[in-house]
Write a protein of this length. Sequence first.
Length: 245
Amino acid sequence: MTTLQRAEAAEHALSQELDRVVVKSVLFTSGERDPRQPVTRPPDDGRLYMMGHDPRLPWMPDKPTLFDFFRLRFGPSAHLLQSARLAMKNGVDEKIVLACLLHDIAIAGFIRSDHGYWSAQLLEPYVDEEVAWGIRYHQALRFFPDESVGYRYPELYLKLFGADYVPEPHIQAAYRYARDHKWYMTSRLITVNDLYSFDPTVQVQLEEFTDVVGRHFRQPKEGLGFDQSPSAHMWRTINWPTRYL
Ligand SMILES: [Fe+2]
Ligand SMILES: [Fe+2]
């Protein structure tokens, strides 16, 4: 290949990347459209389908870290940062500070519904079992007061779900199970520090937690998504949410 041909080939590859056909996952649009209907897709006109980095998204490093996901794929994380700072201020164990920093990451970057479970599953290979357990059950515990630690039913939930909302039986069952578990207080402390009316004027930087994350989060050397862990595929999907397969 001559230099000119090589340049043309590179330009062609780039324009193809920018011109890939993107087909949304059923889950991305379910409700906005009837999931039983065939997914509508633009005419491909011979174009290739999205199979990697989506040029509309910021580039992730080849070996992404937890903080790369915070910076490049998650929505605003003031709630997580302020909860972690409150936990630190309250003098809880560092593992619980980490749990507070990560407790809602499914909401921040993946799936909102059943976020405690998704968050725990994303994190399980990289944190203490107790941390992941606490994160899984904080979702259910949020609906149930515990006077012994001063935790009351969140006023925010009254506004969000109405005064007559009653947690469904599977949530009540999860609560009963968690209440009698040896790690109950780990999960409960997440709810105690779960700052739902956080102060928009307070800025907390991710770097405040570099050491806590360094000590308690086992960052894989291959990068999150590329380490063959049981949740690596979930991190890859956050990285490349529009891949065709
Ligand atoms: Fe939560
Ligand atoms: Fe939260």
